[in-house]
Design a protein around this ligand. Sequence first.
Ligand SMILES: Nc1ncnc2c1ncn2[C@@H]1O[C@H](COP(=O)(O)OP(=O)(O)OP(=O)(O)O)[C@@H](O)[C@H]1O
Ligand SMILES: [Mg+2]
Length: 403
Amino acid sequence: MNKKPENPFFTTISIPDEYFCDRKKETLDLINGLKNGYNIVLKSPRRIGKSSLIKHVFLQPEIAGQYNTLYIDIYGTKCAADFIREFQNGFLSASFAKFERGRKSVLSMLRNLYFEVQTTPGGELSGARIGFDGETRISFTLQEMFNFLEQTNKPNIVVFDEFQQIQYYPERMSAILRSFVQQMNNTHFIFSGSSRHLLSQMFDMPNEPFYKSAKSMDLNIISIESYREFCRSMFRLYGKEIEDTAIDLVYHLFCGNTYDMQQVMKAAFAGAVKTRAVDVDAIIATIQLILFDKDKDFRENLNRLDNQKERRVLFCIANEGLATGLTSASTMKRYGLDNASSVQNALRNLCGDKLNMVAKVGRSHYKLQDKFFELWLAKMNHTFDAKVANAGVLFEAVREIEG
Ligand SMILES: Nc1ncnc2c1ncn2[C@@H]1O[C@H](COP(=O)(O)OP(=O)(O)OP(=O)(O)O)[C@@H](O)[C@H]1O
Ligand SMILES: [Mg+2]
C-alpha cells in the first residue's frame, strides 16, 4: 500500500480504493455490464460520484489488467473540433500509449490527423479548420481513431464524461458518433453525464441516433449507513473518533451530496484531535468555518443579482430549503414579494444558465443548487440554527420529491 495520505477524505476524482466509500454494487454492475459487451449510460445529479466511480472501476483488476481505458471529459467542449481534440488527448493518456511502441503508433496516427485537418498555413497546430469541410471530414478524422481502437490487442473502454454536451454542438454529433459506435466490436463505451433530461432525450427517444443503444444506470446518493461506516472507519484509521449524530447531520444537511459531505469531513478531520470525538457542535463549527472561507465568493454571487425581487425570491427559497407555492398570497406577503409575474421572472432568471443558482425539483418545487450558499444565506437571515434543527425533515422531503 502507498503512504497514508494526511487526510483520508478525498475531494478529487481519483481516489485510492482504501479511501473510496462503498459503491460495491455499482462497481460490480458496471464491470459486469462492460464485460458482457454493453455500452452504458451513467446518470446522476452533479457531484454525486459518477466520475469517481468510473475511475474506481478502472482500477479494479478485472478492468485494469484486461482493457485499455480512455477517459474523455468533454465538459468544456463546444463543437466537434473540441471533441476531437479531447479524444486525441485521451489517446495519449491511454494505457496503450504508455509504452514506447504504443506511444509511437498513437503519435504517428495523431500526427497524420493534425496535418490532415489541424494545421494552420503557418504550420501551427490548430483545431479551427476541422469544422470547415463539414461532417464528412469530421467523420474521416474520427474514423482513424475508431479504426485504431478496433485493432488494439486488448479491448478498450472509452468513457465520454459529460456526454450531453454534444447536444449543444453546431454539428449533428450524435448521428456522426452513433455510426461509429454501433460498428465497434473491440470497444465498449460509457456515456456519463449530469443532465438527466438531455441524456434521457438522447437515449430514450425513438427519433434520436442513440436510441436504446446503451444500458442505463442511475447513480444514487451513497446510503447513510455506508457513509456513517466509512467516516467512522476513516477517523479510526488515524486514531480519531467521530460521533454518528455528527455524521448524520452532515448527511442530512447536504442531502447526501458526496462532494459537499467530503468537503465537510475533510475539514472536520483536519481539525480533530485524538483525545476528543468530533460531535455535532464540532461539525457545526466546521461548517461555519467553511462558510467563512466562502464568504467573499457568496457575496459576489449575491451581487450578480441586479434587482431586489431576485434577492427576495432567492432568500425565500434558501429559507424554505424546498420551496413551493411561491406565488401564493401568504408566501408573497411573508417574503415581501408583491406580484406573481415578477416572482415568475425572478425564478426564471435564478434557474437560467446565466445565474444557475436555483434548481427545479419535481414539478413545482425549487431549491438552491449549492447547499453551502443556502446555509450562508440562512446565516445572513439568522435562520441557520433552525436549518440545522430541521435538517432531517428537509432531507426526507427532498428525497420524497426527487424520488
Ligand atoms: N465513493 C466515494 N468515496 C469517497 N468520495 C467520493 C466518492 N464518490 C465521489 N466522491 C467525492 O465526491 C466528489 C464528487 O464526485 P464526482 O466528481 O465523481 O461526481 P460527478 O457525479 O462526476 O460530478 P459532476 O456531475 O460534477 O461531474 C469527488 O470530489 C470525490 O472526491
Ligand atoms: Mg463528473
